[in-house]
Ligand binder design. Structure first.
Ligand code: ATP
Ligand code: MG
Length: 337
């Protein structure tokens, strides 16, 4: 069996980082027909670990993320789209996995460490937040997933999941499947920088181009994009390092030859930022226009979108219950069987 599990937090609309880091890959894998099962999860419970005070926003974003999924081409006939909090089995699994992970190990997780610093939790870290890698291990293993297509920031989560799987299997027998991460082939897509040049485009950092942004907004964001501060006159030689416009061309433009020529011209001098930005805007528009159009179609029918999530959640729940049953039997806590 080849099974995929992946997902996103409903902390906002999805952006270009999600697109190249994971969504585009998911759609490709979905349409390859190589997978027996594909589970795509909207991780609302995980979103609440650092957004406990704003449940209404999380609720609204479930719908936004679902629209983005359908808009990029995820197809409920081929992929099971579901809502994490409605699969209670995941939280039971999390509770048992907690016993095989130390607090020190959680505190060492580099992504969690980074996010804690970013969110200014200082010493008031919600226990749920510190433990979200364990909950993620439950999300992955509850579906016997062996492939997890995600961006690079998720590598430490996958590593931690694999450790939990090995530990559980060592204690209770071969009950869980050890998953592999699947990163985008294209290096720049593994962690797309923000439009401000910061290391990661992220909802939390507010440096995103959203899949649902209209043409005007996209053009304005590209216009403001960080380039080379030393490239003042068009004739000056320009630099590519840290130049987000070229990074995005590497991530989004299929025509590698043209990009190579532009890079050469830019470095030599004589190619202005305005021109490069105009070209990037066109490249992005080609990708975003069909996505926007599909989004607008689904947006008209919220009941249908919610029904799709409800049906998917039912399917997900059945699978998770099967795995939880297996785990509980192995742990000898199936008293009433
Ligand atoms: P938040 O700030 O709420 O954590 P986020 O923008 O980091 O939001 P997530 O929902 O945490 O988004 O991530 C969902 C998926 O998208 C993960 O697989 C993650 O690796 C991927 N991803 C997110 N941002 C990027 C990015 N800038 N480049 C590549 N992949 C990304
Ligand atoms: Mg994140």
């Amino acid at each position: 069996m080849k099974t995929i599990l992946t997902g996103d937090r409903p902390t906002g609309k999805l952006h270009l980082g999600h697109y190249v880091g994971s969504l585009r890959e998911r759609v490709r894998l979905q349409n390859s027909g190589e997978f027996d099962k594909i589970f795509i999860m909207i991780a609302d419970a995980q979103a609440l670990t650092d957004h406990a005070g704003t449940p209404a926003a999380v609720r609204e974003n479930i719908f936004n993320v679902a629209l983005d999924y359908l808009a990029v081409g995820l197809d409920p006939a081929k992929s099971t789209l579901f809502i994490q909090s409605q699969v209670a089995e995941l939280f039971e699994l999390t509770a048992y996995y907690m016993n095989v992970v130390t607090v020190a190990r959680l505190e060492r997780n580099p992504t969690v460490k980074n996010e804690i610093a970013q969110k200014n939790f200082s010493t008031s870290i919600p226990a749920g937040f510190l433990c979200y890698p364990i909950s993620q291990a439950a999300d992955i293993t509850a579906f016997d997933a062996n492939i997890v297509p995600v961006g690079e920031d998720q590598a430490p989560m996958l590593e931690q999941t694999r450790e939990i799987v090995r530990k559980m299997n060592e204690l209770y027998g071969e009950i869980l499947v050890e998953p592999d991460i699947l990163l985008p082939q294209n290096q720049v897509c593994r962690r797309l920088p923000g439009i401000d040049g910061k290391a990661k485009m992220s909802k939390t950092l507010g440096n995103c181009i959203y899949l649902s942004d209209d043409s005007k907004t996209v053009a304005a964001k590209v216009k403001d994009m960080y380039t080379d501060p030393l490239h003042i006159r068009v004739s000056d030689p320009g630099h590519l390092e840290g130049n987000v416009v070229f990074t995005y061309l590497d991530a989004f433009c299929e025509d590698k030859e043209t990009v190579a020529e532009m890079k050469e011209h830019y470095q030599r001098g004589g190619l202005g930022d305005v021109k490069v930005k105009r070209f990037l805007t066109e490249v992005l528009e080609d990708i975003l226009t069909p996505i926007r159009n599909r989004r607008a179609e689904y947006e008209k029918n919220p009941a249908e979108v919610m029904k799709m999530l409800k049906d998917g959640t039912k399917v997900a729940r059945e699978k998770a219950a099967e795995v939880l049953g297996r785990v509980k039997r192995a742990m000898k806590i199936n008293y009433f069987d």
